[in-house]
Write a protein that binds this ligand. Structure first.
Ligand code: PLP
Length: 476
């Protein structure tokens, strides 16, 4: 063996570097909650970041610990109490420790023998989640690489169930369509376009003042589509809408789907996690009647990205999505085999992501998810109260979970100046790096948007954020 290969796999070097990395991360976990010692992010322009990393490569001395330290310092810090940005949680140590094992094993997961532990664990995770959602005994599914891919896979299954030969066998000739709220995540629109349905195949149902689908319009929009020659095959409920965290009325959508024999899909990428919260589960009422549900474990259940469940209430529906032969993987393409995952997943090789979720359940029990999800949603309500009590601030909508949209409206400001003002405030905040928040446009108005996914964020951090917004506005 070439000495360089021997060195690359040296067990003692790994042991030494591994211990140092665990120490680095343990120190980080201990200290990152101190908002004076760490920042949410140390902003760098894309060009400056590239120059730095290219310089690291050009002058590489192979010092792995230096590389890890620089990566830590130059990344956004999800465990920092002032990280309140996009919907992705700070992973629990049990989960990211598992990542090391997962990557070391590198089991491919496509067929059973390429992931014996991972495949069986995946089934436990899926059954536990289906149970929390009340999806019934026949529910089954799998983990896949992200909400975007999971939603596409679910809609492919819907197409296969409701329009069996269309597109897959005949090519894109049929005029298929789905109904979804105008507030849905863009990946639903993208999925329909990928399936060749075009712009017209995604029928957007208007949302109400709470940004939830106006389900009383479903029949009207359905009829219009049918009259225009479309075959509507599915309705997608958002649980919740990405921008505002508003939950569609899943009971009403489910009832409509049953009446019209349509596939009912729930995009619960973010809010599906509320199934584990005793206090907030009611927002998902009706989810048990869905044909398929998507839920991200990396948004609200403390797993690292990307770890997504796609569950079918009738598990067999997952097998018809991709009926393809792969002689080198399995003998019979048609046979239902829960343990040969690539029959149902978009991916061929897939990460052994189940362990990252299972490690959290296994070491802390489902109580952790209940406590965490409930705490984060409670904090959303606390933020809303603070905003309402503070002059010069305006809520977009009363938050239902941990997503809060608000804006700064100083007395006497011209309404037409508010979008520019709020966008500029966010830019200033990011540049400074003490907080990380995002923004969204709602019906033409720019809002500051936060997702409270960090259990170390406290009320005083929220107060400090509002003060920071005010102070940055003053500077502008
Ligand atoms: C409702 C909803 N669906 C889908 C997605 C996409 O999920 P992912 O980022 O895991 O692809 C998101 C992400 O924000 C979301 O909020």
């Amino acid at each position: 063996m070439h000495p360089i290969i021997r060195e690359a796999y040296d067990a003692e070097i790994f042991r030494r570097e591994g211990h140092l990395l665990v120490d680095l991360l343990a120190d980080y976990l201990r200290d990152v909650v101190d908002t004076d010692q760490w920042q949410a992010l140390a902003w760098q322009s894309p060009e400056a970041a590239f120059d730095f990393w290219n310089g690291m490569w050009q002058q590489s001395d192979g010092n792995l610990q230096q590389l890890f330290k620089e990566t830590l310092a130059r990344s956004i810090h999800l465990h920092h109490p002032h990280y309140m940005g996009h919907q992705i949680n700070p992973p629990a140590p049990a989960a990211f420790l598992s990542s090391l094992l997962v990557d070391a094993l590198n089991n491919g997961m496509g067929v059973f023998e390429m992931g014996m532990a991972g495949t069986a664990i995946e089934r436990v995770v899926i059954k536990t989640t289906a149970n929390a959602m009340g999806l019934g005994e026949n529910a089954d599914g799998f983990l896949t690489s992200g909400g975007t891919l999971a939603n596409l896979t679910a809609l492919l299954a819907a197409r296969s169930a409701k329009a069996p030969e269309a597109v897959w066998e005949e090519g894109a000739q049929s005029r298929l369509a789905l109904l979804v709220s105008e507030e849905s995540h863009y990946c639903i629109d993208r999925a329909a376009r990928i399936m060749g349905w075009g712009d017209a195949g995604v029928i957007k149902v208007p949302a109400d003042e709470q940004y939830a689908m106006r389900t009383e319009l479903l029949e009207e929009y359905y009829q219009k589509a049918v009259d225009a020659g479309f075959t509507v095959i599915a309705v997608v409920g958002s649980a919740c809408a990405t921008s505002t965290g508003s939950f569609d009325n899943l009971e009403a959508i489910g009832a409509f789907c049953r009446q019209r024999d349509l596939w009912f899909h729930v995009d619960g990428a973010h809010g599906g996690a509320l199934a584990f919260s005793d206090a907030y589960r009611h927002l998902l009422n009706g989810i048990a009647t869905a044909d398929s549900v998507v839920m991200d474990f990396h948004k609200m259940l403390l797993a690292p990205a990307i770890t997504t469940a796609l569950i079918f209430s009738n598990g067999n529906n997952g097998y018809h999505t991709f009926h393809q032969r792969a002689q080198y993987l399995w003998a019979d393409a048609e046979q239902v085999e829960w343990y040969n995952l690539a029959k149902r997943t978009f991916e061929c090789t897939k990460q052994m992501m189940s362990l990252k979720v299972f490690a959290v359940m296994y070491s802390h029990g489902l109580e952790l998810w209940d406590a965490y999800v409930s705490q984060m949603c409670d904090l959303g309500k606390t933020m809303a109260e603070l905003i309402e009590a503070k002059p010069g601030f305006e809520l977009a909508v009363a938050p239902q979970c941990n997503i809060v949209c608000f804006r700064y409206v100083p007395e006497g400001a011209a309404p037409e100046s508010l979008n520019v003002l709020n966008q500029a405030i966010r830019q200033q905040i990011i540049g400074k790096g003490d907080f990380y928040i995002v923004q969204t446009m709602l019906r033409g108005k720019a809002y500051l948007r936060i997702t409270l996914a960090n259990p170390f964020t406290r009320e005083n951090d929220l107060v400090a954020l509002l003060d920071e917004v005010e102070s940055q506005a003053g500077r502008l």
